[in-house]
Write a protein that binds this ligand. Structure first.
Ligand code: GDP
Ligand code: IMO
Ligand code: MG
Length: 424
C-alpha cells in the first residue's frame, strides 16, 4: 500500500547504497527517482565491493524488482557498462530491472556541454561530476530532451541529429573542442542498441500497480538534500529534486502513499565539488577524517572535503523531507578522536541562527560548536546496540533530543553486516 523513501540529508555519499542494500529484503521493489550517473552508491558484502551509478541498490537481491523512474537521467554508455559488470557476476539483471520510458537520455553532447560550461565558469565552477547531468535536465525542462521511449521510435536518429545540431552550435559558440565526439557517439549508438533489449516500461503504471497490489516499495534517493535544486546551496547544487517530494514526481507516486522517510547522515560531514561548507575542516583534523573514512568520491575519485556534523543543516534537511527515521553512518571513522565537535548554531553578522539562511554562499557563516566526548573504541566488530560504548550511546541520545527524530539504524562499517537496527 505504501512507499518508503530513503535519501541523503547532507551533500551526498552518506551511505545510501549500503543502507538500501540492507533494507531491500523488507521490500518487493527498489526504485531510483532522480539523478543519474553523477551518483555512486557503494555496496559491500561477501568480499565484494560494488559501485552502482544508475541501477538501484536492490539489484543484488533475489526476487527484488528494480525500477529506474522517469525522474532519472540515463547515460546509455554508463548503464551498459554497469549491466555488463553485473552480468559478469551472474546477476540476472534483465529479469530484475525495469526502466521508465519517460526517463531522459544523456547524449554525448550533453557531456561536452557540461565540461564546456564548467570551463567557462573558471574559478566559480560547480565542481560537477561532468556526467552531463545539468545540460540533460536543462533540455528536459526546456522541452527539447530525448527520452528512453524515443528509442522505440523509427524517427529516433532524426531526433538525435536535430538535438545534436543545437548542441554543436552551442559548443562552437563556446569555443569548446569537439574532437572527442565521434568516439563518444560510437559508444552511444552501441549502448542504445543494447538498451532496446531491456525492459522499457511505463513505470508510473507499474509502480501504481505494485501499490494497489500491496507490494512494498523503497524509493532510493541520489545525491543529498543540500544538493537539491530548490533547497540546496544554490547554485552549487545538482539539477534535480533530491528530497522526498522528488520521489512523487520522479516515480509518479501520489504524496498520500509516502509513509516512512529514512534520512541518512554521516556522523560528520563531507562534500565533493565546490560550494559553501560551514563546518569544513581545511586542516589536519579534516585530513585525518578523510583518511580514516576513505573519503574519496565513488564516481570521480576526487578527495571529499570533510568537516564536523552540522545540526542547522541537518534540521533543515529533516524538515524539508519529513524524515521519520534517521540512520547514522560512519561513527567508526571517528573512533580515534578524544572529543567530537558538533555545530549547533551559526553566527552570521553577530547573530546566532539555528537554521540555514537564504544565502550561505556569500555570507560569512561562523559555526558554533559543542564538544562531546569521543568513544575511543573500535566499533567495526559491534553487532548489537548493547555493545555501544557509553559515549556513543550518549552521542545518539543527544542527537535525538536535538533533532526530535529517532536514530533507528547505526552503521559501523561498509559491510552489509556492519549494521545495527536499534530497538524502539
Ligand atoms: P552513497 O552515495 O550515499 O551511496 O555513499 P557512497 O557509496 O558514495 O559513499 C559511502 C562510503 O562509505 C562507501 O565507500 C561505503 O562503502 C562506506 N560506508 C558506508 N557506511 C559506512 C560505515 O558505517 N562506516 C564506514 N567506515 N564506511 C561506510
Ligand atoms: P551520490 O548519490 C556527492 C555533486 C558534485 C557537484 C554537484 C553538481 O553518490 O550521493 P552534477 O554532476 O550533479 O552536476 O554535480 O553535485 N554531486 C555529488 N556529490 N554525491 C553524489 O551522489 C553527487 N552527485 C553530484 O560533486 O558538487
Ligand atoms: Mg556516492
Amino acid at each position: 500500500m505504501s512507499v518508503d523513501v530513503l535519501l541523503g540529508l547532507q551533500w551526498g555519499d552518506e551511505g545510501k547504497g549500503k543502507i538500501v542494500d540492507v533494507l531491500t529484503p523488507q521490500y518487493n521493489v527498489v526504485a531510483r527517482f532522480q539523478g543519474g550517473p553523477n551518483a555512486g552508491h557503494t555496496l559491500e558484502f561477501e568480499g565484494i565491493k560494488h559501485v552502482l551509478h544508475t541501477i538501484p541498490s536492490g539489484i543484488f537481491r533475489d526476487e527484488t524488482i528494480n525500477v529506474v523512474g522517469n525522474g532519472v537521467v540515463i547515460d546509455p554508455v554508463t548503464l551498459k557498462k554497469e549491466i555488463d559488470a553485473l552480468l559478469s557476476m551472474k546477476v540476472p539483471v534483465s529479469e530484475r530491472l525495469f526502466i521508465s520510458r519517460k526517463a531522459n537520455l544523456i547524449l554525448p553532447t550533453h557531456r561536452l556541454l557540461d565540461a564546456a560550461s564548467e570551463a567557462l565558469k573558471g574559478a566559480d565552477k560547480i565542481g560537477s561530476t561532468l556526467r552531463g547531468i545539468g545540460p540533460t535536465y536543462m533540455d528536459k525542462t526546456g522541452r527539447n530532451g530525448l527520452r528512453v521511449g524515443d528509442l522505440e521510435s523509427k524517427d529516433f536518429n532524426n531526433r538525435y541529429e536535430k538535438l545534436k545540431l543545437k548542441h554543436t552550435e552551442l559548443l562552437r559558440s563556446m569555443n569548446y573542442p569537439m574532437t572527442a565526439l565521434a568516439d563518444l557517439e560510437t559508444d552511444f549508438f552501441a549502448a542504445i542498441d543494447f538498451m532496446r533489449t531491456l525492459n522499457l516500461v511505463d513505470s508510473e503504471h507499474l509502480i501504481n500497480k505494485f501499490i494497489q497490489s500491496h507490494r512494498t516499495i523503497l524509493a532510493e534517493g541520489a545525491q543529498g538534500s543540500l544538493l537539491d535544486i530548490d533547497f540546496g546551496s544554490y547554485p552549487f547544487v545538482t539539477s534535480s529534486n533530491t528530497i522526498t517530494a522528488g520521489a512523487c514526481t520522479g516515480l509518479g507516486v501520489a504524496p498520500r502513499h509516502i509513509k516512512k522517510v529514512y534520512g541518512i547522515f554521516k556522523a560528520y560531514c563531507t562534500r565533493v565539488g565546490s560550494g559553501p561548507f560551514p563546518t569544513e575542516l581545511d586542516n589536519a583534523t579534516g585530513e585525518a577524517i578523510r583518511k580514516a573514512g576513505n573519503e574519496f568520491g565513488a564516481t570521480t575519485g576526487r578527495p571529499r572535503r570533510c568537516g564536523w556534523l552540522d545540526l542547522p543543516a541537518l534540521r533543515y534537511a529533516i524538515m524539508i523531507n519529513g524524515v521519520t527515521d534517521l540512520t547514522m553512518t560512519k561513527p567508526d571513522v571517528l573512533s580515534d578522536f578524544d572529543t567530537i565537535q558538533v555545530c549547533t548554531h551559526y553566527e552570521i553578522n553577530g547573530e546566532r541562527m539555528d537554521y540555514m539562511p537564504y544565502d550561505i554562499v556569500n555570507m560569512d557563516v561562523k559555526p558554533i560548536y559543542i564538544s562531546l566526548p569521543g568513544w575511543k573504541t573500535d566499533l567495526t566488530g559491534i553487532d548489537s546496540e548493547d555493545q555501544f560504548p557509553v559515549a556513543l550511546s550518549g552521542y545518539i541520545a543527544w542527537l535525538e533530543e536535538q533533532l526530535h527524530v529517532p536514530v533507528s539504524i547505526v552503521s559501523v562499517g561498509p559491510n552489509r553486516k556492519q549494521t545495527i537496527i536499534r530497538k524502539r
